[in-house]
Design a protein around this ligand. Structure first.
Ligand code: 4AD
Ligand code: MG
Length: 440
């Protein structure tokens, strides 16, 4: 079938700019209401949904009958005049003058996702189709905005994008969450947990860099905050310390939140997100030390003792009643990764910081200052049972012009879940990978 004709093709989102004009919109049948002499096919094209009005007397008989009996998600191109209609959801309707049906979904195999309620497993099994629904469309568009915002922030603040490898020979974030891959004969590599170690090399080459890509964690935890494959943006800065991480992280978060609440109003409405919650995300964020956080948690009834890591419930308790993120710094060195610089005055705490988002969204940023002393770094590798030869290149960075440097990682999906007000991280990425889910 030819896709060419003399009508200008517009999207639903653009329809308002073509009021009174005769155009063509190409999409899929979202819904259909019908009477004897009139029917209302709702057309979905990915940019929005528009109600069309097909009147029997104005159309060839077979076309009217085909439209009237069309099945959900059939593909079609509809031509007609755009008309302002204040009662319509998008503010416009289309009066049908003609249409081409590309594929009619057969009655025997109807579109599986109907307006009735489906269980989450059913929807996840049909994720390839579920993405067509309004809420999923809105969440993925917010994700796009978040990613764009992140890139714009770093690109306009002197950071160079340097992509880091996904096959890696060494662990960055502990050996318990590594995915091992057979890499030709005799060689094992891992899927990257973080681009940080490579960022440390690139930041010494470029000053300030960031990487942005998929990262992998064999997390056995089945929580609403964990994926096994997630996207992380990781900036790294030479001649920088823990305070720089807090400053840049705070700026980045407020910038991206601003972008989303400014540019994605419609989507947030579809998601029924309370936008005032996003508008109150302003600098300065709350700041507290790990020590203070432990005291606060104990007062709230948590069983945490000094030296332990925070659980999901602890993170939620910490931001209870707060309208913006809290930055918790100086965690016990023992619970943190091998590369953290210990505090000069108190080596039992590490110069690391976590940003914990309000409303129970948990840790969205983790980072801090890296060890710059060759001797200390070698010692840490030993303490963590990490093979020195796999890190030899990394140690070189401490042999040739070592400087204090710092950076962080922000998980895109956690950030998007927070922006959208989603209960579970699985709806923030098109095809989520989780403990019990690798399909579709
Ligand atoms: O705190 P993490 O483990 O830090 C690092 O990987 C550092 N190497 C980053 C750096 O300094 N360059 O992870 C950083 C962020 C977390 O704050 C969280 O937002 C996200 O990555 N994250 C996850 N998101 C989804 N699913 C998971 N399993 C995640 N694990 C971490
Ligand atoms: Mg962390």
């Amino acid at each position: 079938m030819s896709l060419e004709n003399s009508y200008p093709r517009v999207t639903v989102a653009e329809a308002g700019r073509h009021n009174g004009e005769t155009v063509e919109i190409a999409g899929w049948l979202y819904n259909l209401r019908r009477g004897g002499k009139i029917c209302f096919p709702q057309l979905r094209d990915g940019t929005g949904i528009i109600q069309c009005v097909a009147v029997k007397s104005a159309l060839p008989e077979d076309l009217f009958e085909s439209l009237k009996n069309l099945t959900q998600e059939s593909s079609l191109m509809i031509r007609g005049k755009i008309r302002e209609e204040s009662r319509a959801p998008g503010g416009y309707e289309l009066d049908v003058e003609g249409a081409d049906i590309l594929q009619r979904v057969p009655e025997e195999t109807p579109y599986p996702i109907t307006p009735k309620d489906h269980g989450i497993d059913f929807l996840m099994d049909h994720r390839h189709l579920w993405l067509r629904s309004r809420r999923q469309n809105a969440a993925i568009r917010v994700r796009h905005e978040v990613i764009k915002g992140i890139r714009d922030y770093f690109d306009s603040h002197g950071f160079v994008l340097v992509d880091t490898p996904i096959f890696t020979p060494a662990a960055c974030e502990g050996t318990s969450t590594l995915f091992e891959v057979d890499y030709f004969e005799d060689e094992k590599v891992y899927l990257t947990q973080s681009g940080q170690l490579y960022n440390e090399a690139t930041s010494a080459a470029f000053g300030k860099t960031y990487c942005f890509g998929p990262t992998f964690r064999a997390e056995k935890s089945k929580t609403r905050r964990h994926l096994t494959e997630f996207w992380m943006v990781e900036p790294e800065m030479s001649y920088a310390n823990l305070e720089d991480v807090k400053r840049v992280g705070e700026e980045l978060v407020t910038f991206v939140v601003g972008r989303v609440s400014e540019h994605r109003r419609e989507e947030l409405k579809v998601l029924e997100r309370d936008v005032t919650k996003l508008e109150s995300i302003q600098a300065p964020f709350h700041r507290m030390s790990y020590d203070e956080a432990v005291v606060k948690l104990q007062a709230k009834g948590s069983e945490i003792v000094w030296g332990g890591d925070f659980g999901n419930t602890d993170e939620t308790l910490l931001t209870e009643g707060l309208d913006r993120p809290v930055m918790v710094d100086r965690y016990p060195t023992a619970v943190k990764a091998f590369y953290f610089q210990p505090a000069d005055d108190r080596p039992e705490v590490a110069l690391g910081v976590d940003f914990i988002a309000p409303e129970g969204y948990g840790e969205i940023i983790g980072g801090g200052q890296r060890i710059h002393s060759l001797e200390l770094l070698k010692q840490r590798l030993q303490e963590h049972n990490l093979p020195e030869e796999a890190f030899n290149w990394y140690l070189d960075l401490r042999r040739y012009g070592s400087v204090p440097h710092a950076g962080f990682g922000m998980g895109v999906e956690r950030f998007v879940a927070w922006m959208c007000g989603l209960e579970h991280i699985r709806e923030t990425i098109a095809f989520p990978r989780m403990l019990y889910r690798t399909r579709p």
